[in-house]
Design a protein around this ligand. Sequence first.
Ligand code: ADP
Length: 394
Amino acid sequence: MDALLVVNAGSSSLKFQIFGIAGAGLDLQVKGQIGGIGTRPRLQAKAVDGAVLVDRNYEAEAVGDLPAAIAAARDWLLTLGGFTLRAVGHRVVHGGPDYAEPVLIDATVLERLASYQDLAPLHQPNNLAPIRQAMAINPDVPQVACFDTAFHHGHPEAVNCYAMPRQFYDEGVRRYGFHGLSYEYISRHLREVAPQVVAGRVVVAHLGSGASMCALKDGHSIETTMGFTALDGLPMGTRPGQLDPGVVLYLILQRGMNAQAVSDLLYHDAGLKGLSGVSNDMRDLLASADPHAELAIDHFVYRCGLNAGMLAASLGGLDAFVFTAGVGENSAPIRARIAEKLAWLGAELDPGANEAGDTLISTPSSRVALYVLPTDEELMIARHTLALLNSRQA
Ligand code: ADP
């Protein structure tokens, strides 16, 4: 079977999916990951029917870093029969100021993507490692980069600049926005589910362990809550969201923290985890009796309401609001509390539909339609990869 491999490489996990190419369509065949890289490495993969294809633990030293994880995944993937690999689609966090679309990777593109490492030092090197490795192993198989920033590309300068001296904008200090593959997927999905809505003013809330919101006008991003990095905007599992830069100065100048310590704090120990002192996982917070867990939830809901209002202002009103990602797709109580914050815009939740996890969870009289739509960033990558493959062959 002709197939596409989708790769999503982070610092502690490498996720992959195999899609069969069926004419112009795609069928998910295998879904897997290596998690716990450097701590408790574990390779797991399942077929689409849920059958376990592999579940293997490794010594921490055996899969101590991402290249080792890529090698382990590759070794296992090579044992899988029945697939003829036609292309590999990679999730790449940063497309810099240049890329508005997915791109077929060659040496020049790779060099340019590597030059964005300064813009996303924690993510970009991880994303590029499997590309380099796949290009070395399979030089004839096309590799496609799909960017988290691309969907937000083209925001006017007044929207994507910071009030900083010009030179910083020119060297790339801009509000790029992220989660673009998720928003693109939702925007297309919404076109099928509610074509009457997509032409209007829509806010999508991607509420996972990373969280952001995006304002869509006629299906296109016009504003988003993340900025230069994925630290900005909403509070997240371990990131604080919007923070006065004066706090960072305080940490460095008064507390004597070095850059690495500040970075670790902001990426790994802040957000719901830091504020609650209980957990970064919304499920744990909802189940906890600790008042700090309640505070963290209150803060999250409050900031979601505030940011939704900001994005509604960017759109000049609101016709629909979409919940997606881990919290947005699964937590009826959090959806209900955020919906309450949208009441002033005319949103009216249907509690029964919300509890049931229906696609449409607002009442018929609600002025803002409320939706729950599952996102699928990997499928979006696969679609882009197939489209580029087909255009190359045409
Ligand atoms: P990622 O950003 O890692 O892709 P997800 O979109 O999968 O994350 O979201 C993961 C988060 O979703 C978890 O950390 C958890 O907080 C939250 N989550 C998942 N299921 C539920 C649930 N039933 N109730 C509340 N939160 C949930």
